[in-house]
Ligand binder design. Structure first.
Ligand SMILES: [Zn+2]
Length: 141
């Protein structure tokens, strides 16, 4: 329920289908709007490739896709696969930088994802026609 989303929540939206295709026309099993989220996964692809959600979550934390064919075992390789679990030390450092930055913000007073606007970001993300999301809109309120 949208009313249960707080301004600084991380959101993983499980949708029926993601219509967005990347530049090389590969099908997208997960999609993240930008650092800080929200993010989404295609339910059927997620059941086949359980690492998709972790991959998308790490996009929220600032990690980018990897495209070099020598990195096919990496969690952040741009194409899905069952045995893609490696996270490099550089990636760990980036994630830690993000988390430490956010924790420092929490201690500075009223912590927020800038603008406390997770709910609005989620609505804009899911309703953006360029991503081609298919989901039960009647249950999304
Ligand atoms: Zn990715």
């Amino acid at each position: 329920m949208l009313s249960q989303i707080a301004g600084n929540d991380f959101i993983l939206a499980v949708v029926d289908k993601i219509g967005f295709t990347s530049g090389d026309a590969s099908v997208t099993g997960g999609l993240t709007s930008d650092r800080g989220g929200p993010t989404s996964v295609d339910y059927n692809r997620w059941t086949n490739y359980p690492n998709i959600a972790a991959h998308e979550f790490f996009h929220i934390l600032g990690l980018d896709d990897l495209y070099n064919a020598t990195q096919k075992t990496s969690l952040m390789y741009y194409m899905g696969g069952k045995n893609r679990l490696q996270v490099s030390n550089t990636e760990r450092t980036l994630m830690n930088d993000y988390l430490i930055h956010e924790i420092e913000n929490m201690y500075k007073g009223s912590y927020a994802n800038p603008g406390l606007d997770t709910r609005n970001k989620l609505q804009k993300f899911l309703n953006n026609s360029k991503y081609g999301f298919k989901f039960n809109k009647a249950k999304f309120r």
